[in-house]
Design a protein around this ligand. Sequence first.
Ligand code: AMP
Length: 224
Amino acid sequence: MNFYYGLSETRVVVLGPPGSGKGTCAGFISKMYSIPVIRTGDMLRKVATEETERGRITKKHLDRGELVLDEIVIGIVSKRVRMPDCEEGFVLDGFPRNLVQAEALNRIQEDLGMGLSHVLNIVTDAETIISRLSLRRTCPRCGAVYHLKNNPTKMDEICDECGTKLILRSDDREEIIRHRFEVYEEKSRPLLEWYAKAGLVREMRGDLDINEIPEVLRQVLEGK
Ligand code: AMP
C-alpha cells in the first residue's frame, strides 16, 4: 500500500454509515475552510436522470441501495477533483466507498501531486440512523437536506433555500436503509483500517447537536 502525502491544504474524506451526518459535516467543513464539497450521491442522482445506458444502470443501483459501478463513480470524481476550484483543497462526501475506489483516489492524488489531510470517521449505530433517515427530507431541486424534527423548514416541508416541495429520497425507506447499512459494513468499513495505517483517521460522534458540530470539527481536524 502506498499513500501519497504532500499536504498543507485541507483535503478531507468523510466516512461513516448512511445517515451518520456525513453530508452535514462535509457542508460545515466546506464553509469553514472555503473549499468545495464533492458529493458523489448528488452527482450520481443526476447521472441517474440521463436517458443513457449509464443513467439506467446508475438508477437501478441507487434505487436498490447498492453501490453504483466503480468505473462510473471513479470517472466522475477523477474529473471533478481536477477542476481549478479543488486546487486549494476539497471535502469528499461519499467517496471512496470501497477499497477499489480508495486505491483509485490514491492514484489520482499521486497524479496531481496532492495528499489527503484527514479522514473523518463519524461513529453512530443502526437504530439512530434509521430514525434519522426516515425523518430526513431532501430538496429535489437544490439538494438541501432537512430533518422533520431536528432541522425543520420554516414553512411546512418547503425548502428554505429555493421554495421547492421536499421529498423523502426513494432510498431513505426503512428496508433500503437497512440494506445500505449492510453495504456500508461490508464494503466501506474496511476503509477505516486502510486509512488508519496511514495515520489519517480522526473520529467524531454522530449524535451531536447541530450547533455543536462546527466547534467539534475544528477540534477534531485542527487537534485543538
Ligand atoms: P449518499 O447520498 O452518499 O448516501 O449516496 C446515496 C447512494 O449513491 C448510495 O447508496 C449509492 O447507491 C450511491 N453512491 C454514492 N456514492 C457512491 C460511491 N462512492 N460509490 C458507489 N455508489 C455510491
